[in-house]
Design a protein around this ligand. Structure first.
Ligand code: NDP
Length: 399
C-alpha cells in the first residue's frame, strides 16, 4: 500500500497534500512533516481525509532518517526549500526511500542554482536501487514534459525552445511574491542566462524583454529573459538542441519595487550587523512581505505557461509548436485554497509522485523529467486539473 511523506507545509506543500488526498487509489497513506508543526496541523485539518502530521527539521539528517524509519514511506516529496534538497537526499539514501522535489539545490550563502550537486548523487541512488526525480513542478517540471511531448509527437528534431511563464493575475497587494519570497527574489535578481550552440550566454538581470501576446485572448504582457534550471537539463537531454531560453512576465509595479529594494540593499543575502545581531536583509524582507499562502483568496486572473519548440518534423520540414496550460487563480482557490502559482507547482508534484508509485516512470539513479515518456504525465495533467492545449504555429518571435 503506497505511503508518501510530504516535507514542507507552505503554499506548494498544501496543494500537494490536497491533491494526494484526492487520489486515495494511489496515495493510500499520507504523512506530512515540516519545521513548524502548527502549520502541518492546520493543513491536516483542512484535508478531506485523515493524514499523519509530524515535525522535522529537514536540515538535520539524523532527525529526518529517524522520521523515515518510523513511517517507512515509499517516497518522499520534498516541497520544503531548495536548501534542504541534499540533506533530504542523504536521509533518503540512509533510510532506503525514493526521493522527489520541485526545485534544484541552492546553497544558502550563494544565489546560484545548478544541477551538479544533485546529479553527483547518481551513483549513490543507483547503487542503493532507489529513484530520485528532480524538479517535478511546473517550471521546472511540466515545461520539460511539454518539450518531450512535442518532440515525441510533432518535432522530432528540436532546434530551439522558448519557455514562457506568464502570470496575468493580480493579488492587489503593493508588493508580494507568489511563492517563497526569499527563493523568488534570489531567482529574479540573478543574471539572465540562456543556452546557445553548447554555450551559456549571460545577460544582466532582467535586461532583455519582449512583449508576448498570450493565447486565448488573455492579453499582452512584457516577458523577461531569465536563467531557469530546466535550461540546464534540457541542454543535456535534448540532443541537437541549438538554443533554449526562459522568459517570465513581471508587472511594472513588481519591477519598480524590486529595483528600489535592490538599490537600498534589502535583497542582499549576506549578513549585516544590526544592533549587535547579524541579520540577512532578504530574510528580514521575507518576514515583512505577505505570506504567499495568504494571497490565495485575494488573487484573480489567470496564468499561462507554455513551451514553444521549433525544429523539423518527421519529413524534415520546418515546424513550430506551442503547448501551454492556462490556470485560473480563483478556481484553484475554490478547489484547494491556494492561488495558481502554488497550484501549478503542487499538481505536477503529485503527478510525478503518482508516476513513481504506479511504476509508469521507473529507474535507479537520479533523473530529470525529460528522461521519461511524457504521455502518461500529459494524460494525468488533464485529469488532475491542469489541462493543456497544442497550437501548431509560432506564437513568439524574438531573434
Ligand atoms: P513556502 O515558504 O511557502 O513553504 C516552505 C515550507 O518548507 C514551509 O512549510 C517551511 O516551514 C518548510 N521548511 C523550510 N525549511 C525547512 C526545514 N529545514 N525543515 C523542514 N521544513 C522546512 O514555500 P513554497 O511552498 O512557496 O515553495 C516550496 C518549494 O517549491 C520551494 O523549493 C520552491 O522553490 C518550489 N517551487 C517550485 C516551482 C516549480 O514550478 N518548479 C514554483 C514555485 C515554487 P516553516 O513553516 O517552518 O517556514
Amino acid at each position: 500500500m503506497p505511503k508518501v511523506l510530504i516535507i514542507g507545509a507552505g503554499g506548494v506543500g498544501a496543494v500537494v497534500a490536497h491533491k494526494c488526498a484526492q487520489a486515495p487509489e494511489v496515495f493510500t497513506d499520507i504523512v506530512i512533516a515540516s519545521r513548524t508543526k502548527s502549520r502541518v496541523d492546520a493543513l491536516a485539518s483542512q484535508l478531506p481525509r485523515k493524514v499523519t502530521a509530524a515535525q522535522v527539521d529537514a536540515d538535520n539528517v539524523p532527525q529526518t532518517v529517524a522520521l523515515l524509519k518510523k513511517h517507512r514511506p515509499d517516497l518522499v516529496i520534498n516541497v520544503a526549500l531548495p536548501y534542504q534538497d541534499l540533506h533530504i537526499m542523504d536521509a533518503c539514501l540512509e533510510a532506503g526511500v525514493n526521493y522527489m522535489d520541485t526545485a534544484n539545490y541552492e546553497p544558502l550563502d550563494t544565489a546560484k542554482f545548478e544541477y551538479k550537486w544533485q546529479w553527483a548523487y547518481q551513483e549513490k541512488f543507483e547503487k542503493a536501487g532507489l529513484m530520485a526525480l528532480l524538479g517535478s513542478g511546473f517550471d521546472p517540471g511540466v515545461t520539460s514534459v511539454f518539450c518531450t511531448y512535442i518532440q515525441k509527437h510533432f518535432v522530432p528534431a528540436i532546434d530551439e525552445i522558448d519557455i514562457i511563464d506568464c502570470n496575468a493575475g493580480s493579488h492587489g497587494q503593493p508588493f508580494a511574491t507568489n511563492f517563497n519570497p526569499e527563493i523568488n527574489i534570489r531567482e529574479v535578481t540573478a543574471k539572465g542566462r540562456y543556452w546557445q550552440a553548447g554555450k551559456w550566454i549571460e545577460t544582466a538581470p532582467l535586461s532583455v524583454k519582449s512583449p508576448f501576446a498570450m493565447p486565448d485572448g488573455l492579453g499582452t504582457l512584457n516577458i523577461y529573459l531569465m536563467y531557469h534550471e530546466e535550461l540546464e537539463s534540457l541542454g543535456r537531454h535534448i540532443k541537437g538542441l541549438k538554443r533554449a531560453r526562459f522568459w517570465m512576465s513581471f508587472s511594472d509595479n513588481y519591477l519598480k519595487h524590486l529595483e528600489v529594494l535592490g538599490n537600498v540593499g534589502m535583497t542582499r543575502i549576506d549578513p549585516v550587523r544590526f544592533n549587535g545581531t547579524d541579520i540577512v536583509p532578504l530574510q528580514f524582507l521575507k518576514a515583512l512581505l505577505p505570506d504567499p499562502a495568504s494571497l490565495g483568496p485575494l488573487t484573480k486572473g489567470k496564468t499561462c505557461i507554455g513551451c514553444q519548440v521549433k525544429g523539423r518534423d518527421a519529413e524534415g520540414k520546418d515546424k513550430t509548436v506551442f503547448v501551454y496550460n492556462v490556470c485560473d487563480h480563483e478556481a484553484c482557490y475554490k478547489e484547494v485554497k491556494s492561488q495558481a502559482i502554488s497550484y501549478t507547482t503542487g499538481v505536477p508534484a503529485m503527478i510525478g509522485a503518482k508516476m513513481i508509485l504506479t511504476g509508469k516512470w521507473a529507474g535507479k539513479g537520479v533523473f530529470n523529467m525529460e528522461q521519461f515518456d511524457p504521455d502518461p504525465f500529459m494524460d494525468a495533467l488533464n485529469t488532475h486539473g491542469l489541462p493543456w492545449n497544442v497550437l501548431e504555429k509560432s506564437v513568439f518571435e524574438k531573434p
